[in-house]
Design a protein around this ligand. Structure first.
Ligand code: SF4
Length: 417
């Protein structure tokens, strides 16, 4: 297993640069210019990388269909550490995407041993949070979605135990249900295309979730009937497991093409229209025609004592339902990027980029970029002292939680069951 990217680890650090170079994740700045407007989570450098996000940016700009999909594992109450993905999903829906949100109850039951009743309770809380942020789209629980279970079975035909061992470090002691929950997660990501037809689909995730994305892209590829590629200067459509009639249909669809055993060559054609036509032929012949899913990767807001915010470590996160007393204790007791003495702080300034309090503002609490820039400037200049900064951050957080929990209460009626 590649160190530092086990999606089920509760505490970890991720070397972003290494993931880019080793696993082919692209930096976000390569693609943001293709968006009509840059959301703050990209502008502030929280979402740092992507796979194939160009497709999504183009779909947004050209008002073409696309999906945004994510899943939440209901292993505890939702908290501030989940808010970034929720905001990303809601933003993409607002840009015209069809939303899909899975409550990964099978995963919570298989991996964390959470009872089905608790899964339902926590799942409803996640959905209420999403609706409170303005989410409009489809939602489901893995355990109640029969077409998803069929798709998971199909996906499982393309996953073997050596994949699970290499990607996740599965051992002989790993429960079979855990392996089944991996196939279910792969199916979650492909489900929007099975539900509504092939379309670009973005999955906003934390950078530790990349193993799921890589596995799903691989399975999506393996489930395709055809491979479309440029060979010897012409477009070649190769059968991977297509029936003869489907290969004939590709040949008929492109006058001037040549039919060979197992492939069709199309001279003088462009890649994108061929790929699209082949996809439709594939679907006509009972195939999936999946577009490889795209992804974005966000970094993590650290816990106020450092490390990752995690549902399994209560002191590491800020709950949406934190009492005033506990919230004050957590914010005022947080680590900072301040200096050892008051004199040094005034003389040298603080180091906001290393400071969990600053990052709390950067991720969620500073409403506009000018406010955030001013916190950073005052900190670096030694004008802002950590005690004052924490009090100001506490006030912003209190205001945010008051408003958000009110909206969650109002949204509870939108959650079914
Ligand atoms: Fe962090 Fe604020 Fe202290 Fe700067 S002044 S180091 S941002 S707590």
């Amino acid at each position: 297993m590649q160190q530092g990217i086990n999606p089920w680890a509760s505490s970890q650090t991720v070397d972003v640069g290494k993931l880019f170079s080793e696993f082919g994740i692209e930096p976000m700045e390569n693609v943001v210019d293709r968006l009509p407007a840059v959301p703050s989570f990209m502008g502030r450098g929280i979402v740092v990388g992507h796979r194939d996000y160009g497709r999504i940016a183009d779909a947004i700009r050209n008002r073409m269909p696309f999906n945004v999909m994510t899943g939440f594992m209901p292993s505890g109450h939702p908290h501030l550490g989940h808010l970034m993905v929720m905001k990303e999903v809601v933003w993409h829906v607002q840009q015209g995407g069809q939303g899909y949100v899975a409550i990964a109850d099978r995963e919570a039951h298989a991996v964390r041993g959470i009872s089905w009743e608790k899964c339902r309770e926590f799942g409803r809380e996640y959905l209420a949070c999403l609706y409170a942020l303005g989410y409009e789209g489809k939602t489901y629980s893995q355990s109640e979605n029969n077409p998803l279970k069929d798709l998971a079975f199909e996906a499982a035909t393309k996953i073997n135990f050596s994949d699970l061992q290499a990607i996740y470090g599965f051992s002989q002691e790993t429960a079979l249900a855990h392996a089944m929950s991996v196939a279910t997660q792969v199916a979650d990501i492909l489900f929007p295309q099975a539900d509504c037809g092939p379309a670009p689909t973005v999955v906003p995730v934390g950078i530790d979730q990349d193993p799921h994305i890589r596995l799903t892209r691989d399975v999506a590829y393996k489930l395709r009937m055809f491979l479309v590629e440029v060979r010897d200067g012409c477009i070649s459509v190769r059968s991977k497991n297509a029936p003869e009639e489907a290969i004939d249909a590709v040949h008929r669809a492109f006058p001037g093409s040549t039919r060979y055993e197992g492939h069709v060559d199309i001279p003088g054609a462009s890649f994108a229209p061929v790929e699209e036509a082949v996809r439709l032929i594939e679907i006509d012949h009972g195939g999936f025609g999946f577009v490889a899913p795209s992804s974005t990767y966000h970094t993590f807001m650290p816990g106020l004592q450092g490390g990752k915010m995690s549902s399994s470590v209560p002191e590491s996160f800020i709950s949406f339902w934190e009492t005033e007393k506990d919230l004050k204790k957590k914010v005022m007791g947080a680590l900072t990027g301040g200096r050892m003495t008051l004199d040094e702080q005034k003389r040298l300034g603080g180091e906001p980029e290393k400071c969990p309090v600053y990052l709390l503002n950067l991720f969620h609490m500073a409403k506009d970029d000018a406010e955030l820039a001013e916190i950073s400037r005052r900190c670096r200049a030694g004008e802002l002292l950590c005690g004052t900064c924490k009090k100001e951050t506490l006030a912003r957080t209190q205001e945010f939680l008051r408003d958000f929990t009110e909206r969650i209460d109002e949204a509870k009626d939108l959650v079914e069951g």
